[in-house]
Design a protein around this ligand. Structure first.
Ligand code: SDX
Length: 415
């Protein structure tokens, strides 16, 4: 299949067809307007590809997710967060020497400037942690020139990000900031900065959760990174914008909304059936948070892994959280209900993750910050791929104008 034809106003046009390595078919419309003066229209981009990408593959119908060809199940089981971050950004799993060098670079650049800590303390106490994180990330440009060395900016951002997240946690608990460098390894050091000590169960749980969140192709925040990065602003500003996109409750903010939903159900007596009925009622303004996905029309493979991990981790930590049972009841109830079955709505990555974060003592308002910590390498990889494409151009979609046609301004005295 190499051509598609379009007939418009009696004229037939040939359009090139692109077939991806997993057999996906794309119709190249990049010359459509110059040849037909027509554009396509696809609000929300349900059928529109913004790019070719070699980073992450999702088969939404089959519930398949892979990072650079490696199945998510294997990535989450057998690797460190550093290995998967390296894979997603530079395309291959590091060998021992490359991993040691990468870890050494992260260690070399992990400190954050003392004035940045003071800047964080000056932020309004009521500021949401995602707003604080976004502002702190873009503030890094006040301390480090965004260099022409993209890879140095990559190292700096990843290295310092965990300190910014841990700083937010410590301050939310009224605790002193713990400087990075307390333990060997990205997640181990992050745990130490968060809790003041290491803990094997917590480190293993967070390593798995961060890996599961590393990338997810052209989601809202990754597309934001490509959009903002395409203006050739620096990587720090690009990531700061992506953090704000992730904050939304329809996107990464759903992990916080899920726990708030479960708490509401628990406070109301734990009646999952009543909540599901409300989520089906369009006038209720309520959705089953953590359910549904633009791409997955089957189980989100990450949700399967996280659900299994939630059982294991709460058992290891000896935590009995009624929210987990309520979540399982909601899942069973929804998956039997024609409303959800017909619309192919399944649990997504956010449905169970908050239950683990809460068991680890992370405040609900910081759940999406944890999502951002995991997603950072993905945002970087997506931006890097876009900027390295020799055909890269600024993202600038077109529109179909439906407003008032030509008319003259009437003087105020006559209006
Ligand atoms: C993430 O894109 C990614 O890859 C994102 C992500 C990543 O890793 O980056 O996977 C992370 O953001 C996961 C999604 C987290 N969000 C939520 O859990 C919020 C709840 N879910 C939704 O609002 C919704 O499902 C979306 C936003 C996830 C997807 O929205 P779409 O694709 O625009 O689907 P839609 O809103 O058009 O819904 C289609 C139908 C509608 O009903 P009808 O008009 O056909 O009658 O399904 C209904 C919707 O009302 N519907 C839901 C529902 N989700 C969709 N009804 C009740 N509860 C829900 N959760």
């Amino acid at each position: 299949m190499d051509k598609a034809t379009l007939t418009l106003d009696g004229t037939t046009y040939d359009l090139d067809v692109v077939v991806g390595s997993e057999g996906e078919v794309g119709i190249d419309i990049s010359k459509l307007r110059s040849t037909t003066r027509a554009i396509t229209l696809d609000p929300g981009y349900t059928s529109t590809g913004s790019c070719k990408s070699a980073i992450t593959f999702i088969d939404g119908e089959k519930g398949i997710l892979s990072y650079r060809g490696y199945p998510i199940e294997q990535c989450a089981e057998d690797s460190s967060f550093e290995e998967i971050a390296y894979l997603i950004i530079w395309g291959e799993l590091p060998n021992a020497q490359q991993l040691a060098q990468f870890k050494g670079q992260l260690k070399e650049h992990e400190a954050i400037p003392a004035p940045l800590v003071a800047q964080f303390d000056a932020l309004p106490a009521a500021l949401h942690p995602m707003a604080a994180l976004s502002s702190m990330v873009v503030s890094l440009t006040g301390y480090y020139d965004a260099t022409d060395d993209f890879d140095l900016d990559v190292i700096r951002l990843i290295a310092k990000f965990k300190a910014l997240v841990a700083l937010g946690y410590r301050r939310s608990q009224g605790l002193d900031f713990i400087e990075p460098g307390q333990a060997d390894g990205y997640v181990a050091d992050f745990v130490h900065m968060m809790y003041g000590k290491g803990d094997a169960v917590t480190e293993e749980a967070l390593n798995k959760l961060l890996i599961l969140h590393v990338d997810h192709e052209q989601n809202c925040s990754a597309s934001t990174a490509r959009m903002v990065g395409s203006s050739h602003v620096n990587l720090y500003a690009t990531v700061s914008a992506a953090i704000c996109a992730l904050w939304g409750p329809l996107h990464g903010g759903a992990n916080q909304a899920v726990i708030e939903m479960l708490e509401e159900i628990e406070a109301g007596g734990g009646d999952a059936d009543e909540y599901v009925e409300r989520a089906k009622d369009k006038t209720s303004g309520v959705r089953l948070m953590g359910f549904g996905h633009r791409v997955y029309k089957n189980f989100d493979p990450r949700a399967r892994i996280i659900k299994k991990a939630a059982d294991e981790i709460l058992d290891q930590l000896d935590v009995d959280d009624p929210s987990l049972q309520i979540a399982k009841k909601l899942e069973r109830r929804a998956l039997e209900d024609p409303y959800f079955v017909e619309r192919k709505l399944y649990p997504n990555v956010d449905f169970y993750s908050g239950i683990i974060y809460r068991a680890l003592g992370i405040p609900v308002e910081m759940f999406t910050v944890m999502f951002a910590l995991g997603r950072l390498p993905g945002w970087i990889a997506q931006t890097k791929e876009w900027l390295e494409d020799p055909k890269t151009r600024i993202h600038r979609p077109r529109q179909i104008y439906t407003g008032a046609t030509r008319r003259d301004v009437v003087p105020l005295s006559e209006r």
